[in-house]
Design a protein around this ligand. Structure first.
Ligand SMILES: [Mn+2]
Length: 335
């Protein structure tokens, strides 16, 4: 079944909200997928889109390999996102906030017409239709635009979900992706019933004891290199085992490590059960975190990126990445 236009060549098909809306109007069954360890933008976008599709009478299901962390269950309609694929075959699969197909899961096999909605500069443009807007502070901003084109009524629940998206990805309106448009959108969502204080409390001020323990561990191991331009730390598998598992990982910890005077890049390494490595890179503008993540095999934004592999030996990989980070800092800051 062909839903979008025929693929006429190897060039990625780029489009905008109108093109995505056209595909949605021609679809009967839509699967909405999002990335591993879903964050606020991921879940806010997916739940808002799923409710919008439902209001249009389209059969829709959400899928996330990791599932929804307990602490993000405050987002409305997360029960629409399952760790199991539906028993029907989608004619369209919509990816939200995914830089590549592998972000859904290493073994995910997409079906139907693939729509890729994302705001990461490193997006691999894997869709049959790609709507990549790097000026969007969150995918939630794109979903708001899309629902507008589709004529979906922005209910209180949808507004709440989208406010979570925006608030999470802008670090509560603190990061450089925050602009005039962000506040206009936030105002509109607040008018429609989103509760900013409640959302911020849920996102940023409800840490579990285990999270605090892991945070303390990471701070206690912080190292400064390159004249204080690089700050890095690590959480080992034993730490997670002690703290009740990776679900207790504090959100935004790699961002906190960046918030030190003189630091241009922070890296938080995580040892993965069975020996792999996960790393979060954060910058302040001078050093390109996206380029470093890409060199490793990951991706992201200039000031926030990540990398994951379960095929590497933790220590050797960490050593290699640190060497690349020092190189990047030397080259890009001149010292
Ligand atoms: Mn995002």
């Amino acid at each position: 079944m062909t839903i979008g236009q025929a693929d006429t060549g190897t060039d990625a098909k780029m489009g905008g909200p109108q093109d995505v809306a056209d595909v949605i109007r021609r679809s009967k069954r839509i699967l909405v997928v999002s990335h591993l360890r879903p964050d606020g933008d991921c879940l806010g976008s997916a739940t808002a889109l799923l409710k919008g599709l439902e209001s249009l009478g389209i059969e829709a299901a959400g899928y996330n390999e990791t599932g929804v962390l307990e602490k993000l269950r405050f987002i409305p309609n997360t029960d629409l996102i399952s760790t199991n694929l539906p028993d029907w075959t989608p004619d369209t699969t919509i990816f939200v906030d995914c830089g590549g197909v592998g972000r859904v899961s290493p073994v995910f096999e997409p079906q139907g017409f693939l729509v890729n909605i994302d705001h990461h500069a490193t997006n691999e443009q894997f869709g049959d239709l790609n709507w990549i807007d790097i000026s969007a502070c969150a995918v939630g901003e794109q979903i708001f635009e899309l629902l507008g084109v589709l004529g979906v009524d922005i209910t209180r629940e949808i507004a709440y979900s989208l406010f979570v998206s925006v608030c999470a990805d802008t670090g509560s309106f603190r990061y450089p992706n925050t602009n005039e448009k962000t506040f206009e959108l936030a105002a509109e969502l607040t008018r429609r019933g989103a509760d900013p204080a409640e959302i911020c409390r849920n996102l940023f001020e409800s840490r579990s004891r285990n999270e605090v323990i892991l945070t303390a561990r990471a701070y206690s191991r912080i190292r400064f290199e390159c004249d204080g331009k690089l700050a890095w730390s690590e959480l080992l598998w034993d730490d997670y085992a002690e703290a009740g598992g990776v679900d207790h990982e504090p959100d935004g910890l790699s961002t906190e490590l960046r918030a030190v005077e003189g630091v241009e890049m922070s890296i938080l390494f995580h040892e993965v059960e069975g020996g792999g490595l996960r790393a979060g890179f954060r910058g302040k503008g001078a050093v390109d975190c996206a380029a470093l993540a890409q060199r490793c095999g990951g991706g992201g934004h200039r000031n926030a990126s990540g990398y994951f592999s379960d095929k590497v030996e933790y220590e050797a990989e960490r050593t290699k990445i640190l060497e690349w980070a020092r190189e990047a800092i030397r080259e890009e800051t001149g010292g």
